[in-house]
Design a protein around this ligand. Structure first.
Ligand code: ZN
Length: 308
């Protein structure tokens, strides 16, 4: 069959347009909530913003709360324009209106990322603790829910009494996958070495973990629990898609920040954030992903475009 040049040009154009429609997605509209933390939130929220935006998949806004102890009544957040909310906040209670709006955002199937010490926040807010599944510090004990840890091939929930939340000295440690099929981890190595970071242990809460993605062994030699601690997981909470990462203790500055500069931290955050927002992960496994023997870093919070 012969086509005129005009027809062939038209067919080519149609094919190109179709390809663009399939591959191009508008960036995921993201909001970071920050402004109070027992951590260096002034650095961490900018780092998270850069990690997300440098991937080309997200556009990021952020809101900064009043300082600790100040009047919070005006801290009213509109979550409705966003597909994804990243919580980088550990501090004073939000006003009831903002709490209700956050619950409504989750209830309507919003995407949420709980990052590091965000799971310390709001010990008395029942729904928030369900959104985190596990939390620590701030007076948490057996009333918060069971401990949860990997034991004999399954997630064990342990109601024994005791404080919730601690960590030993910062060190490098091995992340071990407990699930291979979930879009966040699919294709990533089963074991990868994580940069020097805190290793949260003895966390407790409603323990409504959806998919337990990674654990790490908390060695008593480093002041840990002697247990395989759940560090990266999804949370089962109605229609919401929630990704919880306990990694990424923020360092003293943007440049001196190894836990957040770890490629494994960044890639799992990017994949978890995309999944939370869309239910899918379109990202390929990058060539610089760490292995079980090599920690790798993205010091400028983006994938290197240099030839490997
Ligand atoms: Zn920390």
């Amino acid at each position: 069959m012969k086509y005129s040049i005009l027809t062939r040009s038209f067919m080519l154009l149609t094919a190109l347009l179709l390809a663009c429609t399939v591959s191009a997605r508008k960036p995921i509209k993201t909001l970071i909530v920050t402004g109070q933390n027992n951590h260096n939130w002034k650095v961490s929220h900018l780092v998270i913003k850069d990690i997300l935006e440098n991937s080309g998949l997200f556009t990021v806004d952020w809101v900064v709360s009043p300082e600790k102890g100040q009047d919070m009544s005006g801290f009213i957040i509109d979550f409705t324009p966003y597909e994804l909310v990243v919580v980088d906040y550990n501090g004073d209670s939000w006003p009831q209106e903002t709490m209700s709006r956050f619950e409504a955002f989750a209830g309507k199937g919003g995407g949420i990322v709980i990052y590091h010490a965000a799971d310390n926040s709001f010990p008395d807010w029942v729904e928030y603790n369900k959104i985190c599944a596990l939390g620590g510090w701030e007076g948490r004990d057996e009333k918060a829910g069971p401990y949860a840890y990997w034991y004999e091939g399954e997630l064990r929930k342990d109601v024994s009494p005791g404080r919730g939340g601690s960590h030993g000295s910062q060190h490098e440690y091995m992340m071990i996958a407990r699930e291979n099929e979930h879009p966040v981890v699919n294709g990533l190595p089963n074991r990868w070495a994580h940069a020097k970071d805190e290793l949260y242990d003895r966390m407790r809460g409603p323990a409504n973990i959806g998919s337990l993605l990674y654990t790490a062994y908390s060695d008593t030699a480093t002041g840990g629990s002697g247990r395989e601690e759940p560090l990266i997981f999804t949370v089962e909470y109605g229609k919401a898609r929630i990704f919880h990462t306990m990694l990424g203790h923020c360092g003293p500055s943007y440049e001196n920040n190894v836990a957040m500069q770890c490629t494994g931290f960044q890639v799992t955050l990017l994949r978890g954030a995309e999944w939370a927002a869309t239910g899918k992960v379109s990202q390929k496994v990058p060539p610089d992903f760490p292995t079980s023997t090599y920690i790798t870093y993205r010091y400028d919070y983006k994938e290197s475009t240099k030839e490997k």
